[in-house]
Design a protein around this ligand. Structure first.
Ligand code: DX5
Ligand code: ZN
Length: 220
């Protein structure tokens, strides 16, 4: 069964603890945390202190998406703060293989994200070391952007690669995901669905998550 990962980027930060508890109760599987540095992406969000605070209010895995340059400099701090999954962007890592090992050495599960324009080939020689691949379905930096449909064949291709190699890794999609787009991305082979505005801007988190599950096409 696919997993739903609400992105707290669209939560009410003045009531963050309450918002996290609410999505946990509403059936979330992961809590997705978007870290932006104003350099790799044109926006600044949160750091390890908030991850630490978030980890104190939930038992769900914290899925920390680092949209930062020089990710190696901060992996240790995020792992210490309670990040369970740490995702780095292939575009931001100079020695990607080393960075992946470093995440695992810090006791977290390593994942790599690719921007919509970045080819899958980038992952060919590291795929077997990963627990998850994040395919961006918008250009990173902001919540509430429109889903980019050109990523669909990329999801299909990655799913085929994962199956051909017999790997056990999750394929996460992030950006413009919600009840209207989940059928297409799940049918293509994604199995972790990040949703920020679709969940946190809805009136009823539980209803939105339920609707997303109903519209998920399970992997065959
Ligand atoms: C975008 C972030 C996303 C963002 C998704 O740079 O990585 O996680 O929160 O927001 P929505 O679901 O609103 O597109
Ligand atoms: Zn994200």
């Amino acid at each position: 069964m696919g997993k739903i990962a609400p992105s707290i980027l669209s939560a009410d930060f003045a009531r963050l603890g309450e918002e996290i508890r609410k999505v946990e109760k509403a059936g979330a599987d992961y809590i997705h945390v978007d870290v932006m540095d104003g350099h790799f992406v044109p926006n600044i969000t949160i750091g390890p202190m908030i991850v630490k605070a978030a980890s104190s209010v939930t038992n769900l895995p914290l899925d920390v998406h680092l949209m930062i340059s020089e990710p190696d400099d901060f992996i240790k701090a995020f792992a210490k703060a309670g990040a369970n999954i740490i995702t780095v962007h292939a575009e931001a890592a100079t020695h990607l293989h080393r960075t992946i090992q470093f995440i695992r050495d810090q006791g977290a599960r390593p994942a790599v994200a690719l921007n919509p324009a970045t080819p899958l080939d980038t992952l060919e020689y590291v795929l077997s070391h990963l627990d998850m691949v994040l395919l961006m379905t918008v250009n990173p930096g902001f919540g509430g952007q429109a889903f980019i449909p050109e990523v669909i064949p990329k999801i299909q291709k990655l799913r085929r690669m994962v199956e051909d190699l017999g790997l056990n890794l999750e394929i996460e999609v992030d950006g413009g995901i919600g009840p209207d787009t989940i059928s297409r991305v799940s049918a293509a082979g994604a199995d972790v669905f990040v949703a920020g505005s679709a969940i946190f801007y809805s009136d009823d988190y539980e209803k939105t998550i339920r609707l997303m599950r109903e519209r998920m096409v399970p992997l065959s």
